[in-house]
Design a protein around this ligand. Structure first.
Ligand SMILES: Nc1nc2c(c(=O)[nH]1)N[C@H]1C(S)=C(S)[C@@H](COP(=O)(O)OP(=O)(O)OC[C@H]3O[C@@H](n4cnc5c(=O)[nH]c(N)nc54)[C@H](O)[C@@H]3O)O[C@H]1N2
Ligand SMILES: Nc1nc2c(c(=O)[nH]1)N[C@H]1C(S)=C(S)[C@@H](COP(=O)(O)OP(=O)(O)OC[C@H]3O[C@@H](n4cnc5c(=O)[nH]c(N)nc54)[C@H](O)[C@@H]3O)O[C@H]1N2
Ligand code: SF4
Ligand SMILES: [Mo]
Length: 880
């Protein structure tokens, strides 16, 4: 792998903060990725995932050639097959019989071409995206309130605010660099931070007030706040009179419960609620950040509007340091919205059902078959595949077999579908298992184009690596198919710059301030050297929208929208007594296709878990690390439980990351029902009633090896890479008393006469340990125990592939010198563990996060672990 130029500026492929990065070669020729100090999103900062990007660039798991019906083939054959399938299906069954399911991880240029192909030439709006699972409720809420899908504010507003309210957002883990900017500003000006989240997340470790709200009840709280603001004279009468519709009807619709009733409904204390209301009212400079705890709900759109109502009533938006702020998830969630990537949008923030908009797009595209009506939204689209209405489905840059609700039924749909095309960069994921045609796309670092982040900042993702094998850009694949289908003239693009220019023109056509998205200011900018640019520069107040009204509604006023509390679709019952919340962990990205390549990102959270309140774990007869069967009507997963007091009793939490590639049965979306927000069509991923039962395992194991072992015979496993090989946690229904034989015959892939085994087996206690070596080199270490294996994993991982001298020491599972047992890794960059932090706090006089940095190096690189360090300081520091 070599860098194409000495130094290339690009943008991070992960979250919607959209950090600028620089790819460079170090003197040894290794690629180094660092933060771009000139980028306005991060000014040089990166988080743990961004910092580990260079470790994810290898080609070992990459798809490098097209595959048709399981056989490698040429592009010519693969593209011809796709064009034929599209043509046949459209001719026989009409354009509604084909579909595309795309992704916020596509570049704007890819997204633009996909949308143009489907909505302009195939003639079907059956193109939807994983943004349906992510941002759809925000889009719907913005449109209801502002008449357009506009994010009014800027990142800077979080730094200029006096109070920042984080609703359903684990900013510390999911938008870490933005969180760091907020914390840095707090140091300067004492910003107060409120977090509204049922769980006590890492974000709460840095908050002044945490409201552990009952899942799904946010509307009750925000409606009550609105009532409080009105009653106590905090309404900005002037702003409302000039710029807001629907104030009176919205207020009249409030049912005005007492604070005590609000407390009961939301599960919060009346004191905390009063405190929040007082903090919100004390200053105009309030920013409310919201994310998936708001969007992924059957009341998602109402939650968004309930929040926006409070900002509209107080005139708090569009000015420095204030406003409702939706943080986007994927690197190009915003770009996708800009080109109309969803089934109910057109392009350039225009509407399918608006005749003028259709005319504009028709003219620009010279479309042969422009759509006149909305297409199917993600969940409905897979339903249509399942019942045979859609016969050809093209999936691009997303993994629906793992990330859609009712994932098993999505897999059935893919199984039934006569033609599934998947464009991806890896050889294997849960969706590729169903592909009839598999297309090798260019990955981050190879592809070239633009993305837009949460604050409307357009940045370039640039090529810094030679595209390997036969990989091709996603836009190219679609354009080639379109040409084969007879649309040569309309898909003649030589480069992403051509597509970008066409997209810019569409945003300007008959615009005259009619639509928020107008990129005319970028017309003359050189695409290659384009620096990050925030759109909205034509409006006042530093690229902010709506400070002086100017909404995109008929009378240019915003709408306050009455919102009625509506509980989650499914409530816990006697059979399904726990409410499952799903979400993210700090160092993994979605279905792990990239982040699982960097071993250090698996040191913080190294496997799937079900986090439960300690009281609940005890009540159902489980203990930490034991495996639970978690089920709903839709599926069952097996997860080790982790006890915690940082969530409400009755709530359980599982992360979304582990899937069939990394664990025996951990794909969480096989459990989640497809309950949808009626307005946005977004699924309720965050309130799922589940049954949790203990599984009686005979024993638990931990295995380290230089090679990936054979996992077929294990009842439960979770496996991932380490620096020197693989690690596996497993559970068995039997105790293998011939331990080293069992290892060698069923588990290990290492064979040979020169392998020596040292073992210790105590069948009566269900305890067995083994090391296998070749010469002086440790190749495998394995432990089995009747209870979950408790050994120093970080220390053992470091012994694999190394020379060894102390069999007995290794079999003990923990290093003789206790200071070598780091405990659970907190800082993934500097590999600092919890034990080290605790002893530094008690023995070396460290008293602050800063001290820990000086003594241990913890938190000094990317800083993503600082909230956790802060918690440890509070729990174990001298002052505590
Ligand atoms: N590390 C990491 N970062 C990521 C990603 C990743 O995979 N890994 N993915 C990116 C993407 S695509 C997205 S969309 C974002 C998501 O970013 P976030 O939305 O911040 O992440 P989540 O963990 O999905 O959910 C946020 C919080 O919502 C809380 N919550 C659940 N139910 C409710 C409720 O009813 N009300 C309230 N107020 N809160 C609730 C959960 O407890 C959880 O802590 O992250 C982006 N960043
Ligand atoms: N239970 C539950 N489910 C959820 C969520 C939740 O909070 N809870 N969150 C939802 C949300 S917000 C999101 S965004 C989704 C994310 O879910 P997905 O989009 O399904 O997850 P990813 O793992 O990001 O899938 C991206 C795929 O694209 C491939 N890829 C990467 N780069 C490229 C490229 O340049 N071109 C092509 N063609 N392929 C590429 C990757 O290898 C990978 O297979 O999950 C949703 N599902
Ligand atoms: S915060 Fe981290 S994941 Fe998000 S864009 Fe920045 S470096 Fe990438
Ligand atoms: Mo997302």
């Amino acid at each position: 792998m070599t860098l194409l130029a000495t130094s290339v500026k690009t943008t991070c492929p992960y979250c919607g903060v959209g950090c600028g990065l620089v790819a460079q070669s170090d003197p040894q020729g290794n690629i180094e990725i660092t933060g771009d100090v000139d980028h306005p999103a991060n000014f040089g900062r990166v988080c743990s995932k961004g910092a580990a990007l260079a470790e994810t660039l290898s080609l070992d798991d990459r798809q490098l050639q097209p595959v048709v019906d399981g056989k490698s083939t040429s592009w010519e054959i693969a593209l011809r097959r796709i064009a034929d399938k599209f043509n046949e299906s459209i001719e026989t069954y009409g354009p509604e019989s084909v579909g595309m399911y795309v992704s916020g991880q596509l570049l704007t240029e890819d997204y633009y071409v996909a949308n143009k192909f489907m909505k302009g030439f195939v003639g079907s709006a059956n193109i939807d995206t994983n943004s349906r699972l992510c941002m759809a409720s925000t889009v719907a809420g913005h449109k209801r309130a502002f008449g357009s899908d506009t994010v009014p504010g800027r990142y800077e507003d979080l730094e200029l605010a006096d109070v920042v309210v984080l609703v359903g957002s684990n900013l510390a883990w999911c938008h870490p660099v933005l969180h760091q900017r907020l914390l840095a500003a707090r140091e300067e000006r004492g910003t107060e931070i409120v977090v509204i989240d049922p769980r006590h997340t890492s974000t709460c470790d840095e908050a002044d007030l945490h409201l552990p709200i009952k899942p799904g009840t946010d509307v009750v709280l925000w409606n009550a706040l609105l009532g409080y603001l009105v009653e106590n004279g905090f309404v900005d009468e002037c702003y409302v009179a000039s710029h807001v519709n629907g104030f009176d009807t919205t207020i009249a619709a409030l049912d005005q419960p007492s604070i005590d009733d609000v407390a009961k409904m939301t599960g919060l204390s009346a004191t905390d609620i009063r405190c929040f209301f007082a903090m919100f009212s004390a200053t105009n400079n309030v920013v409310t950040v919201f994310s998936q705890g708001v969007n992924q709900s059957t009341a998602g759109t109402d939650k968004v509007n309930a929040i926006i109502n409070c900002h509209l009533a107080t005139g708090r938006l569009g000015k420095p340091g204030m406003g409702p702020f939706s943080v986007t998830g994927q690197p190009n969630a915003m770009g996708g919205r800009e080109v109309g990537g969803m089934a109910n949008m057109l392009a350039a923030h225009m509407e399918i059902r608006n005749e003028t908009h259709r005319e504009i797009v028709q003219e620009h595209w010279d479309a042969s078959n422009l759509v006149t009506d909305d297409g199917l939204k993600a969940v409905d689209m897979f339903q249509a595949v399942r019942d045979g209405r859609i016969k050809v489905l093209w999936i691009m840059a997303t993994n629906p077999a793992a990330s859609m609700p009712e994932a098993l039924s999505v897999r059935e749909a893919l199984e039934i579908c006569p033609c599934v095309i998947v464009s991806d960069v890896v050889t294997e994921n849960d969706t590729l298992a169903y592909a009839d045609v598999q297309l090798p796309s260019q990955a981050w670092g190879e592809k070239d184009g633009t993305v837009t982040n949460s604050e409307r900042c357009v940045s370039r993702q640039r090529t810094f690596l030679d595209p390997p094998g036969e990989t091709r850009p996603d836009w190219w694949q679609i354009a080639e198919v379109a040409k084969l289908m007879g649309h040569e003239r309309s898909f003649q693009y030589d480069s992403p710059a051509d597509i970008w220019a066409e997209h810019i023109e569409l945003t300007t056509l008959r615009n005259d301030g009619q639509r928020d998205l107008d990129l005319s200011f970028l017309r003359d900018a050189d695409y290659e050297s384009l620096s990050p640019q925030v759109w909205g520069s034509t409006c006042e107040s530093g690229n902010r929208f709506f400070g002086n009204g100017g909404f995109y509604t008929a009378n240019q006023k915003a709408n306050m929208v009455p919102t009625l509390y509506c509980p989650p679709a499914d409530q816990p019952t006697q059979d399904r007594p726990f409410q499952l919340i799903t979400g993210r962990v700090r160092d993994q990205w979605h279905t792990m296709t990239r982040t699982a390549k960097a071993p250090r990102l698996l040191t913080h959270v190294g496997g799937p878990t079900l986090t439960m309140h300690s009281a609940d774990i005890k009540a159902i007869g489980l203990a930490d690390g034991q495996i639970a069967r978690v089920s709903t009507d839709h599926g069952t997963v097996h997860l080790p439980v982790e006890s915690s007091t940082r969530l409400r009793e009755g709530n359980v939490f599982a992360n979304i990351h582990w899937n069939d590639q990394y664990s025996s049965q951990a794909c969480i979306d096989t459990l989640v029902p497809a309950n949808l927000d009626p307005i946005s069509g977004q699924p309720e991923f965050k309130a799922v009633p589940v049954t949790v039962e203990p599984i009686k395992n005979r024993c638990f194991g931990y295995f380290l090896s230089t090679e990936k072992p054979n996992l077929d015979d294990l009842f439960y496993w979770s496996a991932n890479r380490t620096d020197a090989g693989w690690q596996v946690d497993f559970a068995l229904t039997f105790f293998p008393s011939d331990f080293s034989d069992w290892l060698a015959s069923t588990f290990s892939r290492l064979q040979g006469d020169d392998i020596e085994a040292f073992d210790y087996v105590d069948s009566s206690r269900g305890d067995a340990r083994c090391i296998r070596t070749r010469g002086d080199q440790v190749l495998e270490i394995a432990f089995i125990s009747s209870s979950p294996v408790s050994v120093s994993r970080d220390w053992l991982r470091g012994l694999i592939a190394e020379e060894f001298d102390d069999t007995f020491g290794v079999l003990a599972g923990i290093p003789a010198e206790s200071n070598k047992d780091k405990g659970k890794i907190v800082c993934a960059c500097e590999s600092v563990g919890e034990n080290e932090v605790i002893s530094a706090l008690s023995d070396t006089g460290c008293a602050t996060v800063h001290d820990l940095g000086k003594v241990l190096g913890a938190g000094t690189n990317c800083g993503s672990c600082r909230p956790e360090l802060r918690r440890l300081v509070e729990e174990f520091g001298v002052a505590a």
